[in-house]
Design a protein around this ligand. Structure first.
Ligand SMILES: [Zn+2]
Length: 75
């Protein structure tokens, strides 16, 4: 098979997500779970929050980051 763009399409599997922030200062980009009350065809917007390290007593905790908007924890 040699269809232009086929490999790109094939590599972008259904599990492929747009990039989400997992480092300090990155944009969160997480899409919230679909709301069952949402209208049909509603597409939730990716979170615009910023990933940041929580601080404990003024010191950044360095083993994880959280979103300042939705509170999701990054890797
Ligand atoms: Zn977020």
């Amino acid at each position: 098979m040699n269809i232009p763009g086929y490999d790109d399409w094939k590599l972008a599997g259904p599990d492929e997500r747009h990039e989400i922030g997992n480092a300090d200062g990155e944009t969160c980009n997480r899409v919230p779970e679909p709301d069952e009350d949402a209208p049909r065809g509603y597409r939730p917007k990716p979170c615009e929050g910023v990933m940041e390290r929580p601080r404990v007593n003024g010191k950044p905790v360095d083993n994880f980051v959280t979103c300042d908007t939705c509170g999701e924890i990054g890797d």
